[in-house]
Ligand binder design. Structure first.
Ligand SMILES: CC(C)(COP(=O)(O)OP(=O)(O)OC[C@H]1O[C@@H](n2cnc3c(N)ncnc32)[C@H](O)[C@@H]1OP(=O)(O)O)[C@@H](O)C(=O)NCCC(=O)NCCS
Length: 183
């Protein structure tokens, strides 16, 4: 497997299979990452998250400042999948001492079901294992069919279901499903 992480430069070795390359995200990826998330949300969340809420969610959670902070955090890793110079996938994880919190796994809809999600997931798990973590935790929108099927398919066990608002000021209530998995 291909992730290596150093505390000095947090380098991640790259590898390719076909024409999709996985590598560590940089701040220059922000626009491509945001586009990837927006397109993926539009397709996967349309049944339960209206367009205005999706836009609000992106404005709140997906800003260049937040992204730069995340990229610069030595406890986190951010893997992008790139194809033909374009970001087509993103996945993130954070070292929470006893477990890895995974989040923001998105692939552009036109690239779904080609194995990119699995490859990004594998990178994140290798990184987590390399830090001695034994467990994964994540939260995902319970009404998004592709991700629910994906997480169960890779062996994550469904845990708590909770209802939350999307961001400060939003009134939309969404169902979040927690998942756990061993490493
Ligand atoms: C979940 C996601 C990241 C998977 O990425 P991917 O590149 O398609 O994943 P892979 O090709 O490695 O794996 C394919 C598996 O993903 C799931 N999947 C992908 N697209 C799907 C779809 N349109 N409908 C149902 N399941 C789907 C299935 O489990 C599929 O396996 P199957 O073909 O045997 O049914 C992608 O579907 C996505 O971006 N979804 C929307 C965003 C999202 O909800 N992310 C989670 C954060 S809350």
């Amino acid at each position: 497997m291909i992730v290596s992480n150093t505390t000095s430069d947090r380098a991640i070795a790259t590898a390719s299979s076909g024409d999709v390359i996985l590598r560590a995200a940089t701040t220059a990826d922000f626009a491509g990452v945001r586009e990837t998330i927006a397109a993926s949300m539009r397709e996967a969340f349309r049944a339960f998250m209206p367009p205005l809420e999706r836009a609000g969610y992106l404005r709140h959670w997906c800003t260049p400042e937040r992204f730069a902070r995340e990229i610069g955090d030595p406890r986190q890793v951010h893997v992008v999948a790139e194809q033909g110079g374009r970001v087509v996938g993103i996945g993130s994880a954070e070292d929470r001492v006893t477990y890895a919190e995974m989040w923001r796994l998105y692939v552009r809809p036109e690239a779904w079901r080609r194995g990119i999600g699995h490859r990004v997931w594998d990178e994140l798990t290798v990184w987590a294992r390399s830090r001695g973590l034994a467990r994964i935790h994540l939260e995902s929108f319970a009404d998004a069919a592709p991700s629910q099927r994906f997480y169960r398919g890779i062996g994550c066990a469904p845990d708590r279901l909770r209802v939350a608002t999307l961001f400060d000021g939003s009134t939309l209530r969404v169902r979040l499903r927690e998942y756990v998995a061993g490493l």
